[in-house]
Design a protein around this ligand. Structure first.
Ligand SMILES: Nc1nc2c(ncn2[C@@H]2O[C@H](COP(=O)(O)OP(=O)(O)OP(=O)(O)O)[C@@H](O)[C@H]2O)c(=O)[nH]1
Length: 408
């Protein structure tokens, strides 16, 4: 009897303990939830949305350029917290602060995927060039096939003839007997030809470094500006953009909104005078101590002479704002335009005195040979080549990598 009373009491006690423990747990949970809620409503709305904003801004920005902004963007915008504008004299940066944008910053895996994409981009030319050496005899037929392959790769008549003549000479002088040896000889000739185009964009020589970005419509100017701005920021350079494409509807707004999202100041004006926008941008960069100014310009054909005159005017007006500027005048070339790209290089160089080229879209139907044509006719440095729309798809031009992608 006593033992059964004890057991019953123990069971009742255990149930009571469990009930008390549950109540305490529920109370704890409610208190914790209440504290979280109170904390949460005390935070500013923007902070609570921060993760969402971060996700949005971490998306590739390039598709964004072609989208219309949801709301009209303000004209001259700065990053969310505008940098103070100290009155800074314009002095050249000391040499030790000079830096080059080089591919060395690319991590190994990224480098591999870049090479893979470059190879895919140039695969058409590469397969045309490499298959003709397989099991071939060194004779006129081989040279004729090589001539066709080079012409089809957009190398143009002059570069093709030059390569063939030099190759025949090499074969004779070095007494080459195997097709594979001829291929190796071609590889070294191409490398010799393209190496002079490999020059890095040097930063830190001017404060600010002023770059004018030009090109025909749709060549990839705005996209390249976006990618370059990111590269420059990665090299610890502050960047200011001048929305000098006052022609294409919404170009200014797109650049402005992109600038806001990426903490890059954008100078824009309603006036529609690109030279005035560029002038303002240079002054603003001097006042803020910004490292690099990139002046976007509207796309134009070299045959539109009045528009080419407008470019010359932008250049002159920039020089009024800073006598040594513009320090870089870049032409953006669509790699798919074949020999027409060479015509563009010549025309823009004659009008402006180009300092560098960026060849975009080498991932499409591009054949790559146009670089050989440029090397022969106008060896202007190719600072960057692009194989896609992501930031990492724009990389400094490296002749060795390029030849490897073409000839394996
Ligand atoms: N596949 C590929 N597309 C690219 C590359 N670079 C740019 N593009 C695309 O090319 C199109 C034109 O690029 P934009 O940067 O707008 O060209 P733009 O020269 O500023 O054009 P306009 O302002 O009209 O003169 C866009 O759809 C870009 O996403 C590239 O390397 N590869």
């Amino acid at each position: 009897m006593n033992s059964s009373v004890c057991a019953a009491t123990a069971r009742v006690g255990a149930k009571m303990m469990a009930a008390v423990t549950s109540i305490v747990l529920i109370l704890n949970f409610m208190t914790f939830a209440l504290i979280e809620y109170v904390d949460c409503i005390r935070l500013p709305a923007t902070y609570r949305q921060a993760p969402v904003t971060a996700v949005l801004t971490s998306f590739p920005m390039f598709s964004f350029f072609k989208k219309k902004p949801q709301e009209p963007a303000p004209l001259a915008t700065s990053p969310a917290t505008p940098a103070p504008a100290p009155e800074m004299p314009v002095v050249p940066a000391p040499p030790e602060t000079q830096t080059e944008i080089v591919a060395a910053v690319t991590p190994a895996e990224q480098k591999q995927s870049w090479m893979a994409r470059l190879k895919v981009g140039l695969s058409k030319t590469s397969s045309n060039l490499t298959t003709l050496f397989v099991g071939a005899k060194i004779d006129e037929d081989l040279y004729e096939e090589l001539e066709s392959a080079l012409l089809m790769s957009d190398a143009g008549v002059d570069a093709t003839q030059f390569l063939l003549t030099e190759l025949k000479r090499k074969v004779r002088n070095e007494k080459l007997t195997e097709a594979a040896q001829v291929k190796t000889a071609l590889r070294s000739l191409l490398l010799e030809m393209l190496t002079p185009l490999q020059k890095p964009l040097v930063l830190g020589q001017h404060q600010p470094l002023v770059m004018m970005i030009t090109g025909v419509n749709g060549a990839g100017k705005t996209t390249t500006i976006g990618k370059l701005a990111k590269h420059l920021q990665a090299h610890h350079q502050s960047v200011l953009l001048a929305a000098g494409d006052t022609f294409r509807a919404a170009a200014r707004e797109q650049l402005t909104v992109w600038g806001e999202r990426n903490n890059v100041t954008v100078i824009a004006q309603e006036s529609g005078d690109p030279a005035a926008v560029a002038f303002d941008a240079v002054h603003s960069a001097q006042a803020r101590g910004t490292n690099v100014v990139m002046v976007d310009t509207a796309g134009r054909l070299p045959t539109q002479l009045h528009l080419m005159e407008e470019l010359k005017k932008i250049k002159r007006v920039i020089a009024k704002g800073m006598s040594s500027a513009p320090h870089e005048i870049l032409l953006i070339i669509d790699g798919n335009t074949g020999q027409n790209a060479l015509t563009q290089v010549k025309a823009f160089d004659d009008a402006l005195g180009l300092t560098g080229l960026v060849v975009t879209k080498l991932d499409g139907t591009a054949k790559g040979g146009v670089l050989a044509a440029i090397a022969r006719a106008r060896p202007i440095p190719v600072y960057f080549i692009g194989v896609g729309e992501q930031i990492e798809d724009l990389q400094p031009f490296n002749a060795q990598e390029f030849v490897e992608a073409l000839l394996g």
